[in-house]
Ligand binder design. Structure first.
Ligand SMILES: Nc1ncnc2c1ncn2[C@@H]1O[C@H](COP(=O)(O)OP(=O)(O)OP(=O)(O)O)[C@@H](O)[C@H]1O
Ligand SMILES: [Mg+2]
Length: 231
């Protein structure tokens, strides 16, 4: 089982959304996914409830509450013994023993950031924190910054300069754009299943294209992660 974690010091950086998207893309690729809920607000538990109500939860995936050390250990062990291909951990903002343990145990780390100067500063601080933590433990875990909520249309001058500055860091090649399809995932459920329902319903034609573009983007993210984990 490979553990992939989203972390950022800043709240609202797009951690949970990136994780939901990656989960959907992995499940669409026939992978089994254990979601480790390390955020006490429990957005993933709510996600599953909403998804089940919309028949948009993929049964190859399960959510494990892991917002305390003991629960995290139990969740990880259970997920491993059930043979999940991937565990995806959603952390809360800031530093804590729980976050440190998850970071140090991960096989791949994702630091999502939006393209404002403030968000970039926080992403740099998170990145530096991760590197120092790993060096202190003599570990090396591939870590990539994910540009989140990139405008689909033209970027502002400020957004462009943040893009340029971020390119000094190891980057996720594909980025996530600002899309209604992503914002709606927490209410609707897994994107690949929502898309399947849409394809079966002619009245939803207009929404299909947006969802298809989002799903393609998530497929690229999944390929990037799978490739990084193979290498
Ligand atoms: N690519 C995107 N396109 C559109 N909306 C997005 C996108 N990514 C995130 N959002 C929206 O931005 C808000 C914050 O995202 P999210 O909850 O994923 O951030 P977070 O880092 O997990 O926040 P927290 O620190 O509270 O856990 C949510 O309402 C989400 O729907
Ligand atoms: Mg979150």
């Amino acid at each position: 089982m490979k553990l992939v974690t989203c972390c950022s010091f800043k709240g609202g950086a797009g951690k949970t959304t990136a994780l939901m998207g990656l989960c959907s893309a992995l499940a669409a690729g026939a992978k089994t996914v254990a979601l480790l809920e390390a955020d006490e607000n429990r957005p993933l538990i709510r996600w599953r409830e909403n998804a089940l109500a919309n028949e948009s939860w993929d049964e190859q995936c399960d959510v494990f509450v892991a917002d305390e050390m003991e629960l995290l250990e139990q969740a990880y062990e259970e997920a491993e013994s059930r043979g999940f291909d991937y565990a995806l951990a959603d952390t809360h903002g800031g530093s804590s023993e729980l976050n440190n343990t998850i970071i140090a145990s991960s096989d791949f780390l994702i630091v999502p950031t939006m393209l404002t100067p403030l968000d970039m500063d926080e992403a740099l601080a998170t990145y530096r924190y991760i590197i120092e933590l790993l060096m202190g433990e003599n570990l090396s875990v591939p870590t990539a910054v994910l540009r989140q909520r990139v405008p689909v249309g033209r970027m502002t001058v400020s957004q462009k300069s943040v893009m340029d500055m971020l390119s000094a860091l190891p980057l996720f090649d594909p980025s996530m754009h600002e899309r209604d399809a992503y914002a709606a995932m927490k209410e609707r459920g897994m994107l690949h299943m929502t898309l399947q329902h849409m394809l079966a319903n002619p009245a939803m034609r207009l929404h299909q294209r947006n969802h298809q573009a989002a799903m393609e983007e998530l497929g690229q993210m999944r390929n990037f992660v799978e490739h990084a984990l193979e290498g």
